[in-house]
Design a protein around this ligand. Structure first.
Ligand SMILES: [Fe+2]
Length: 272
């Protein structure tokens, strides 16, 4: 487990996950950081730089050029290891499994050896102190980089990961994560768990804006990211990435609810 302690960050920190090869969204989030006066040394990405969208190599290049801290997601792990799948552990034959075959193959063809070496070198865990509190940044879980912890998951699921994180970094009082695609904050046994959301795909809410978070004076706030989603979707079409995620950038809905717990599915929300 590789740890990067990036020291004391008392000024506002911009947190984002899942660029997902969405170059337009990644450009927008760095523009937003600049607009807020947040320098790249106070910007942290929770991983999955490369995934569904069209501009895998370009998105990696932008993230590397900016020099923000990046935690390794499952996509970094798999590409660094020259694996042939995204490492999400989707059930064989499920919609997510079938869709990932399309986008992962595209990413696998377009990310070069040097970028894969960089992906293999980024830390699994980033830690920092903000206003006297210890924050630890992971991707999905510490037990499993691809663990899906949802806003509605049981406290016991969170406690398993919190205990592992606190064994690794005992004074952690706030955990920052990504991976599941939704931005939220939970409070469990005195520990705050903040999922910063993802910028590369909307949160299945019917609008194309994506999410990021800002940590300021000890409080995390969530923000909508406006970006040129139509151009990002067109680039996916141009690249032949037409399995469904290109429409998600426009509609705001994921192509499948296979992964989502039933209480987070649109049908469940509609029926109350
Ligand atoms: Fe992930």
């Amino acid at each position: 487990m590789k740890l990067a302690d990036i020291g004391e960050l008392d000024a506002p920190v911009l947190l984002f996950g899942g660029p997902y090869s969405n170059l337009h969204a990644t450009q927008a989030v760095f523009a937003e950081a600049a607009r807020r006066g947040i320098h790249a040394d106070h910007v942290i990405c929770t991983g999955d730089v490369v995934a569904y969208c069209a501009h895998a190599a370009e998105t990696v290049a932008l993230i590397r050029a900016q020099g923000c801290a990046v935690v390794a997601g499952n996509c970094e792990k798999q590409l660094a290891g020259y694996e042939d799948n995204c490492g999400c552990g989707f059930d064989a034959g499920s919609t997510c499994d079938l869709l990932s075959a399309g986008w992962y193959a595209h990413a696998n063809q377009t990310v070069g050896a040097e970028d894969r070496a960089w992906m293999g070198a980024v830390p699994d865990v980033v830690s920092f102190v903000h206003h006297g509190e210890r924050y630890t940044v992971i991707h999905g879980g510490l037990s499993d980089v691809s663990r899906f912890l949802w806003p509605t998951s049981n406290d016991t699921d969170y406690m398993e990961e919190i205990e592992l994180v606190q064994q690794f970094i005992p004074d952690t009082s706030c955990i920052i994560s990504g991976h599941c695609g939704l931005a939220f904050e939970r409070h469990i046994n005195g520990v705050r768990w903040v999922n910063a959301g993802v910028i590369g795909m909307p949160p299945h809410d019917g609008t194309p804006q994506t999410r990021y978070a800002v940590l300021s004076e000890g409080q995390a706030t969530f923000h909508k990211l406006d970006y040129d989603h139509a151009a990002a979707a067109q680039a996916m079409q141009d690249a032949g990435l037409v399995q469904g995620y290109h429409q998600s950038l426009l509609s705001g809905y994921w192509p499948s609810e296979d992964l989502l717990p039933s209480d987070l599915r649109v049908s469940s929300r509609a029926s109350g």
